[in-house]
Design a protein around this ligand. Structure first.
Ligand SMILES: Nc1ncnc2c1ncn2[C@@H]1O[C@H](COP(=O)(O)OP(=O)(O)O)[C@@H](O)[C@H]1O
Ligand SMILES: [Mg+2]
Length: 224
């Protein structure tokens, strides 16, 4: 089961040094269920902020975020955490791996948080992203691209219906990027998951079902 994601009149501002910065200005947008959407925009335009709002890790200054019929802001913090664990896989721009856990343990964590013990899916995903021989390595012994791939495997291990990925191929060489992209494309094309990906890669954009541009504090859907 996967749901459309909707921003309803969402505004986001940050106050810094007595100044108010507007990131989003009354944005309404719907990301289709079971589709692959790319989110484009200049550096600093607020792409990571949009993903943080969709996941509930940030709260909008105004407006609502809907996952199907569930309004995130109507849930308590605890309920939001559980909702996120069950429904979402998040690939953070800066990976956020846990340094004291091995590669395999990092990936298994999202399974364990959902009360699952089986390691096979974690191992399979690590193989799919080319890290099948690195289970017992700690994150600080990995390159940026390898850490990124662990973060991808971790986001997918618990089989969430929604994946939010922040420039997930940004640190990968062309060959590895292609391999990882295959994993992502499979999620929507064959498994019907909803995938929202921030990317600057012009080769990825034409593969998406929808392209959203973040510009002048608004989100607009354009032809790819
Ligand atoms: N927690 C925060 N506090 C203050 N400013 C923030 C915060 N998070 C993001 N910003 C600012 O919001 C703008 C958009 O950031 P971000 O969403 O990371 O952009 P992008 O991912 O498109 O590069 C930037 O100017 C950034 O400095
Ligand atoms: Mg960003």
């Amino acid at each position: 089961m996967t749901d459309a994601l909707r921003l309803e009149n969402v505004s986001m501002t940050f106050d810094e040094a007595g100044q108010r910065h507007t990131i989003l200005n009354e944005v309404s947008a719907t990301f289709a269920a079971g589709k692959f959407s790319v989110l484009l925009g200049q550096s600093g335009s607020g792409k990571s902020t949009v993903l943080n709002l969709l996941s509930g890790l940030d709260q909008p200054t105004a407006g609502k975020i809907w996952h199907g019929n569930t309004c995130l802001s109507a849930l308590s913090e605890r309920e939001q955490t559980l909702f996120r664990r069950r429904h979402m896989g998040i690939v953070f721009q800066f990976f956020n791996l846990i340094p004291t856990l091995t590669v395999l343990e990092n990936v298994c964590l999202s399974l364990e948080l959902n009360g699952r013990k089986e390691r096979a899916s974690a191992q399979e995903l690590l193989k799919a992203v080319g890290l099948g021989t690195r289970y017992d390595t700690y994150p600080d012994k990995l390159s940026g691209g390898e850490q990124q791939r662990v973060a991808i495997a971790r986001a997918l291990a618990h089989d969430p219906p929604l994946i939010l990925a922040d420039e997930p191929t940004g640190n990968l060489d062309e060959e590895t990027g292609k391999q990882v992209l295959e994993v992502f494309l499979n999620l929507t094309r064959e498994q019907g998951k909803t995938l929202i990906m921030v990317t600057h890669n012009p080769d990825i954009v034409p593969l998406a079902d929808e392209a959203w541009h973040l510009q002048e504090h608004r989100l607009q859907q354009r032809l790819r």
